[in-house]
Structure formats: structure tokens, C-alpha cells
Write a protein that binds this ligand. Structure first.
Ligand SMILES: *Cc1c(COP(=O)(O)O)cnc(C)c1O
Ligand code: SF4
Length: 335
């Protein structure tokens, strides 16, 4: 018999960290020495979309500051319950775009696979915060129709793994998926959209690097950081390991009121990303999802910010300001 202690050591460190994530608003407030008066609203909002945040991400927040830009992204607030006209449950028309169970095929040459509904962190502004994952989740067997769809459309060059967060899959399940994608001859690129490298850098371990080294597909990882303080030494080390393994690294952010709504913060973010081997890719205008209206920055303000940013940064550190419009054949440039 294997002693229990040995077994628990076989669970990768990132999975143990994931299991220890904070999900209780009371614990989060205590940990950050915040006013307990925030608790009742946080509990009500968390009943609609639960709190989840890894401890390592909380450690990057400033204690006692309710306006901390990292905290704002994850703390459930009472304002989330206010109805705002135009803010709906499926703002980007994803549910209508399902080409096969779990496959969104909106754009030419690339299709997006929703491989899990699970995330290491719950972002309050997430456009999929109310997505009915239970109806579109995929396990190794449930991926079969999705894989058949990808195999049957030879115009596809790229598969995008999304979710949820595709890196919440275990190495075993991710490995099985990558092996199946490898066998689809017309695919050339594998893109992974994941926030885990930022919120749970432990995920970038030997197991993940081995999987990426084994695939014949050219790997691109699009990370998701919104504020320069999200990129600490551990995140930089994780990203550097990926870059050295030959993974192309890009970042997408969401423009968020009270988080990164100034040219100064956005400039610092681009610089911090580059120092960690990542190039900025997209800066998304908020998708009008129910419960996130307090994060909204309007188009006019956003365009003015981008204009200022352009005067501060080299062109290659400029993110493209875009928004998603249902029915369009690409993301729509703004400004
Ligand atoms: C955003 C998105 C993509 C990727 O678009 P790029 O412009 O290639 O980054 C692909 N499929 C869907 C459904 C998307 O929403
Ligand atoms: S990690 Fe991405 S998919 Fe998950 S809650 Fe955050 S924004 Fe949404």
C-alpha cells in the first residue's frame, strides 16, 4: 500500500493551490483587513456568481485598501445586483454561434473550443459569468463531436482552447485533448486562452512544459493580465519558462473602470508584460454582461486613453482596442 502522505505529494502543487483558493467572502475580508461591513453585500452577490481567488493572487493586493485594483476584479459587490439596460446574460451571442457542442466558430480559419467551465479565479466582469457551461462542458468523450467538427472543416488552421480556463484541466486530460488535435492534419496552430499563468503561476510546471513540447502544433498562449501589479516575480519566472520553451506569448486585457482606466496604468502594464516576454494583443471594451456595468468605460473615453498611450509607447507595445459585436467576422477595432 502507498502511504497517504506519498499520494498527496503526487498531486501537482498547482492543484493543491487551486484547492486552497479562497471562496468565502468573510475569509477574504479578514485576510485583507477590510471593513466587515462589506460582508453582507459580498455574500448576496457571491450567491449569484461565486467568489474564487487563489491565495497567491490575494498576496499581491494591498491590505486595508478596498479600492485595490486586483481586489476590485474579484470582490463580489452589491452593485452587481442592480439591473442596467443593455447589460444582458449572453452579450456576445456565443450561444447562437455554437457550431457543434462546445465549438464556437465565428471567424475564418480558427475555431474556439470550450473545454471546461472551471477557472482558478472568478473575475466579476467576465462575459461568461452566466454561461450555461453544464450544457456545453466537455470531457474526453464529450469532446468527440467537437473534434469531429474540427476534423471535418479543412479551412481551419488554428484551434483555440478556451473556457472557463483550459489550463484547469489536469495534464492527463489536456494531454489526451492535445494528442487528438495533433492528429487533425490541417491544424497548424494551437492557441490557449488562459488566465492561470497570471493568477496561479504554479500551473507552469514540468508537466505542462512537457505537453507543449510534445505537440506538433505551434503553441501560442494568450494570458490575461489587467494591471501591472498582477505580474510579480513568480509570474515573470513562469512566463520566462514558457518563452524559453518556444511558446509565443500574448496578453489580452479588459478595460475596467477602477482597475486600469488610465493611460499611465496601461503603459506600465505593457512595460511589465514585455519584461516578462509577453506582447500586448487585445484591450477589450467590456462586454455588457449583467452585473458588470460598474466596470464600464465608454468608447469615447477609451479612444482618448489610447491616443495618449500611443504617445508614450513604442508601437509594438500598443494593445489593439477592440470590442466584440455579435455577428461580425472579426473583433471590431475601436477609435
Ligand atoms: C475572440 C474570438 C476568437 C479569436 O479572435 P482573434 O482575432 O483571432 O484573436 C476566435 N473565436 C471566437 C469565437 C472569439 O470570440
Ligand atoms: S479567468 Fe477568464 S473565463 Fe474565467 S472568470 Fe476570469 S475572465 Fe472569465
Amino acid at each position: 500500500m502507498i502511504p497517504v502522505k506519498t499520494l498527496s505529494r503526487q498531486v501537482p502543487r498547482w492543484q493543491r493551490e487551486l484547492a486552497r483558493a479562497i471562496t468565502d467572502p468573510a475569509e477574504l475580508l479578514r485576510e485583507l483587513e477590510l471593513d466587515p461591513a462589506l460582508l453582507s453585500a459580498a455574500q448576496v452577490a457571491a450567491a449569484r456568481f461565486s467568489l474564487r481567488v487563489p491565495r497567491g493572487f490575494v498576496a499581491r493586493m494591498t491590505k486595508g485598501d478596498p479600492d485595490d485594483p486586483l481586489l476590485r476584479q474579484i470582490l463580489p459587490l452589491g452593485v452587481e445586483l442592480e439591473a442596467t439596460p443593455g447589460f444582458v446574460t449572453d452579450p456576445v451571442g456565443d450561444q447562437a454561434a455554437q457550431a457543434a457542442p462546445g465549438v464556437l466558430h465565428k471567424y475564418h480559419g480558427r475555431a474556439l473550443l470550450i473545454v471546461t467551465g472551471a477557472c482558478a479565479v472568478h473575475c466579476r466582469y467576465c462575459f461568461r459569468r452566466e454561461y450555461p457551461y453544464a450544457d456545453s462542458h466537455a470531457g474526453v468523450d464529450e469532446w468527440r463531436p467537437a473534434l469531429a467538427y474540427l476534423a471535418g472543416d479543412s479551412s481551419l488552421r488554428e484551434v483555440i482552447l478556451s473556457g472557463g480556463d483550459p489550463l484547469s484541466l489536469s495534464d492527463r486530460r489536456l494531454g489526451a485533448l492535445l494528442a487528438a488535435l495533433d492528429r487533425i492534419p490541417h491544424l497548424e496552430r494551437l492557441r490557449i486562452h488562459s488566465r492561470q499563468t497570471i493568477v496561479l503561476p504554479e500551473r507552469v510546471d514540468g508537466g505542462l512544459l512537457d505537453l507543449l513540447a510534445q505537440t506538433r502544433l505551434r503553441p501560442v498562449l494568450v494570458v490575461h493580465a489587467n494591471h501591472p501589479r498582477e505580474i510579480d516575480a513568480a509570474v515573470r519566472a513562469a512566463l520566462t519558462r514558457l518563452a524559453e520553451a518556444g511558446v509565443t506569448l500574448l496578453n489580452q486585457s479588459v478595460l475596467l473602470r477602477g482597475v486600469n482606466d488610465s493611460a499611465a496604468v496601461l503603459a506600465e502594464l505593457s512595460e511589465a508584460l514585455f519584461a516578462a516576454r509577453v506582447l500586448p494583443y487585445y484591450l477589450h471594451l467590456l462586454d455588457p454582461v449583467r452585473g458588470a456595468a460598474h466596470f464600464d468605460v465608454n468608447k469615447t473615453e477609451a479612444s482618448a486613453m489610447i491616443k495618449t498611450l500611443r504617445q508614450r509607447l513604442p508601437g509594438y507595445l500598443m494593445p489593439r482596442l477592440v470590442r466584440e459585436q455579435p455577428g461580425q467576422l472579426a473583433k471590431t477595432p475601436v477609435g
